[in-house]
Design a protein around this ligand. Structure first.
Ligand SMILES: NC(=O)c1ccc[n+]([C@@H]2O[C@H](COP(=O)([O-])OP(=O)(O)OC[C@H]3O[C@@H](n4cnc5c(N)ncnc54)[C@H](O)[C@@H]3O)[C@@H](O)[C@H]2O)c1
Length: 244
């Protein structure tokens, strides 16, 4: 199950799982569900795997519970959950409103937790599961104008450790992947901006931004039995941003 799978990193993760033969559930905001449905048809055709599409808005715990129940009616088990959906909003902390704070933290941290809780209930019944949070380098180091985003992603990284400790006895592994800037269709223009490149590339020792495939490869590794001894880990995919 991949959240926010209609575009960007989520779509690439879904493609990697489909390519490796997994049946997948894609979730997307109701207003963007069409993107996920087009993607689902393409993956089904290309890889011959089963792909379900479900509307999901992480701002509503009721919606989360309804979505997981509806998936459970159609599939035997959810073995892997990729919490990819997330939002960002840039604002100086001094002028940040309560509404802006809630928007980011409610989706990135609160909604992600409640979805994880619902899916974990089914994993507990099957005595196995692998959960991956897509966090960020902003959850590891601080950066200007990112207060709610950084706080929510740091929260996700530590939530990963807590849940890993709590659910290991159920055969559930919980890990995080923390990317640096990733070039996607949505942000390609910003990443190409000379000023943006001048400011940010020198902070990355490998001197390049990530591509969605870098993230999908790491997620696939952590999700499968190749990483059967790894839980509670935050795999930082940042070209070295956080080590200097
Ligand atoms: N692109 C980057 O540079 C970068 C860097 C570090 C981390 N990340 C993280 O990677 C993840 C994917 O980012 P992306 O660049 O592909 O962005 P994106 O905007 O293309 O994808 C985010 C997805 O989340 C979905 N979403 C938004 N609000 C939602 C809600 N309320 N409920 C359910 N789904 C919702 C969107 O519809 C979209 O499909 C995010 O968690 C982001 O924070 C991205």
């Amino acid at each position: 199950m991949v959240t926010g799978a209609g575009s960007g990193i989520g779509a690439e993760i879904a493609e990697h799982f489909a390519e490796s033969g997994a049946s997948i559930v894609l979730t997307e905001l109701p207003e963007s569900l069409e993107n996920a449905e087009i993607e689902a048809e393409r993956l089904q055709r290309l890889y011959g795997v089963e792909v379900l599409c479900k509307p999901l808005d992480l701002r509503s715990v009721e919606d989360i519970e309804r979505c997981v129940r509806s998936i459970e009616e159609q599939v035997e088990s959810i073995d892997i959950l990729i919490n990819n959906a997330g939002v960002n909003l840039l604002s100086p902390a001094l002028s940040l409103s309560e509404e802006q704070w809630d928007f980011v933290v409610d989706i990135n941290l609160k909604g992600t937790f409640f979805l994880t809780r619902e899916v974990a209930k089914t994993m507990v019944r099957h005595k196995r599961g692998s959960i991956i949070m897509i966090a960020s380098h902003d959850g590891v180091v601080g950066s200007e104008n990112h207060a709610p985003y950084s706080a929510s992603k740091a929260g996700l990284i530590h939530l990963t450790r807590s849940l890993a400790a709590e659910w290991a006895k159920h055969g559930i592994r919980v890990n995080a992947v923390s990317p640096t800037f990733v070039i996607t269709d949505a942000n390609e223009q910003v990443m190409d901006d000379p000023q943006f490149r001048r400011t940010n590339l020198p902070r990355i020792p490998l001197r390049k931004f990530a591509v969605p495939e870098d993230i999908a490869n790491s997620v696939l590794f952590l999700a499968t039995d190749s990483a059967s001894m790894i839980t509670g880990h935050n795999l930082v995919v940042d070209g070295g941003w956080t080590v200097v």
